[in-house]
Design a protein around this ligand. Structure first.
Ligand code: UT7
Length: 364
């Protein structure tokens, strides 16, 4: 009888403390004071690509292709690939360190780490947690966003939401991918297209001037088109097995032609949506950073948006399609080589496996 009463008192106390803890967590989470939406800007950028350069000539030796076909159909001349033993977090951590250094933010100050990737070091835990560990970002909450090539744009949108209400003050958003070990080097329709890399940005609360402002974001998806780009094996539907490996189901499968059409449609729609929403015309855009998948896609999209090619940031010739890394790597290079200046208006848009797509309008 006495024991039961002790247990009852204990469970009431436990229940209360859980409730109090929950309340505290919500408060610590920081509901917006009033309804004030904070401005969020990019304070620093960083990137990292593997040292190994793989030129088109490499593929001439292993599949029925030519440098001429690859250059004229895609614009790609080379790509970077990791060495055996390297993994996503190696590139993502280096890119993050560079971005932190530029932003003069220490890892301990980060509240949030979001990594846009579908090629984390392992199936579990997330690349976010590995990068958190490697940076020593003790205070941050870390996770991944698996959204194919627009993973960085999705990550930016998620981080912006967490920061706009004041829940987080400083965030690291990375887009990174190791596609090289998901490629079937017997399939000429995919193996020539992709490369590895990672790009990072540090987001901070901004007054809109010093660190610019993310003016608008759009993220969208259409799961009906999941079959256009996928890696069928290694997940829960087709777990790893000898048969899976023999059938090559661990590799990227893509219906390139159909993806091309969807890419043009989605990149244009998404970019136009946020420009219209902000009342921005194409003449006002200083730099357009499209997903670096194919120079022909970029040319068609830029033309439809009315943006001249001189304003398009391009690195597909050096790195191929680095999936979620392509926009942040291009952005970081353009910041560091003096193309992008503070105050410039940047339009970025991307599409990829899902199908997913999205765009960002950023006052840098
Ligand atoms: O991040 C999102 C991921 N994906 C993309 O962005 C991909 C979007 N799509 C594309 O970039 C283009 O569709 C590709 C580059 C993939 C292909 O270019 P395409 O001009 O659409 O070529 P295609 O698929 O219509 O193929 C034309 C020909 C075919 O031969 P036949 O059937 O005409 O005899 C292909 O078999 O080119 C052949 N082909 C190749 N030939 C030499 C396909 N790949 C190669 C190759 N080398 N690597």
């Amino acid at each position: 009888m006495g024991q039961r009463r002790i247990r009852t008192v204990f469970s009431i106390l436990l229940e209360k403390s859980v409730r109090i803890g929950y309340k505290f967590r919500i408060r610590a989470g920081g509901h917006p004071k009033g309804d004030q939406v904070k401005k969020i800007g990019i304070k620093g950028t960083g990137s990292c690509v593997p040292e190994r350069v793989v030129p088109n000539s490499y593929f001439e030796k292993i599949v029925d292709t030519s440098d001429e076909w690859i250059v004229t159909r895609t614009g790609i001349r080379a790509r970077r690939m990791i060495e055996p033993g390297q993994a996503l977090s190696d590139l993502a951590t280096s890119a993050s360190e560079r971005a932190l250094e530029m932003a003069e933010v220490s890892p301990e100050e980060l509240d949030l780490i979001v990594i846009g990737t579908s090629t984390a070091d392992m199936l579990s835990p997330s690349a976010g947690c590995i990068v958190q560990h490697r940076l020593g970002a003790k205070k941050a909450v870390a996770f991944d966003v698996n959204a194919g090539c627009p993973g960085f744009i999705y990550g930016l949108a998620v981080a912006q939401k967490f920061m706009q209400d004041g829940s987080c003050r400083k965030a690291l958003v990375v887009g990174g991918e190791i596609v090289s070990n998901r490629l079937d080097f017997k399939d000429r329709t995919t193996c020539v297209l992709f490369g590895d890399g990672a790009g990072a940005t540090i987001l901070v609360q901004s007054n809109g001037a010093e660190n610019g402002e993310i003016l608008a974001m759009d993220i969208e998806s259409d799961g009906d088109l999941w079959n256009l780009i996928n890696v069928p094996g290694g997940g829960s539907r087709i777990p790893p097995s000898h048969e899976m490996l023999e059938r090559g189901l661990q590799y990227v499968k893509m219906q390139g032609n159909e993806v091309f059409k969807q890419a043009v449609r989605t990149l244009v729609d998404s970019a136009q949506k946020i420009m219209t929403q902000q009342g921005i015309t194409s003449e006002e855009i200083d730099w357009f950073i499209p997903h670096q998948a194919n120079i022909r896609i970029m040319q068609v999209v830029a033309e439809r948006l009315g943006i001249p090619m001189e304003k398009v940031i391009i690195n597909v010739h050096k790195y191929g399609n680095t999936s979620a890394a392509s926009i942040p790597v291009a952005m970081d290079e353009a910041v560091r080589n003096g193309q992008i200046h503070r105050g410039d208006l940047i339009l970025a848009s991307s599409f990829g496996a899902g199908l997913t797509w999205g765009a960002a309008l950023i006052r840098y």
